[in-house]
Design a protein around this ligand. Structure first.
Ligand code: PRP
Length: 178
């Protein structure tokens, strides 16, 4: 285990198994249709890459980037789109793919932004959810794991852009970010 991690919250094997289950849920809901996954940079990349390869429907994908946290550990409440999808999404089934939902501000803003482009649907898949931290109510269609309010990193999640490449989700030692 990485020396900055106090404990593993979700192991590599637990992630792998849950991602496969989510893929089955997604296939059931979109049966016979194509979907377009939109990964929110940067944290969603490992989850998006693993999830789409488990889905046996036609899946295209694109990315968006938003700026909300910077290098701080708390949300500023300001959501700014810094990179937008490139193509037309009118009439498409859109699945936003996130690593974590915390206050809900980012996804609530993004969902409204994407809906305004006229897709057939906009749904949300997140690997992690911290429901205790919610400020803006948001309905999440596919959730990997609901977790307590701990500072977690790994499998895409960072602290100051570090730890994203850990294959598990771990709790960061408080002395690392204090
Ligand atoms: C994280 C996460 C979401 C957002 C969730 O991104 O990927 O986009 O915060 O927080 P919210 O529910 O409070 O809005 P972050 O800003 O850490 O960017 P990153 O993915 O590039 O690390």
């Amino acid at each position: 285990m990485h020396p900055d991690i106090s404990s593993v919250l979700i192991s590599e094997e637990e992630i792998r198994s849950r991602v496969s289950q989510l893929a089955r849920e997604i296939e059931a809901l979109y049966e016979g249709r194509e979907l377009m996954a939109i990964g929110i940079l940067k944290g969603s990349v490992p989850f998006l890459a693993d999830l789409i390869r488990k889905i046996s429907l036609p899946v295209s994908y694109d990315f968006m980037a938003v700026s909300s946290y910077g290098e701080a550990t708390e949300s500023s409440g300001i959501v700014r789109i810094t990179y937008d999808i490139t193509g037309d999404i009118s009439g498409k089934e859109i699945l936003i793919v996130e690593d974590i939902i915390d206050t809900g501000r980012t996804l609530s803003h993004l969902k409204a932004f994407l809906k305004a482009k006229g897709p057939a649907s906009v749904r949300i898949a997140t690997l992690l959810d911290k429901p205790d931290r919610r400020v803006v109510p948001i309905s999440v269609d596919f959730t990997g794991f609901s977790i307590p309010d701990e500072f977690v990193v790994g499998y895409g999640l960072d602290y100051a852009n570090r730890y994203r490449n850990l294959p598990y989700v771990g709790i960061l030692k408080p002395e690392v970010f204090h």
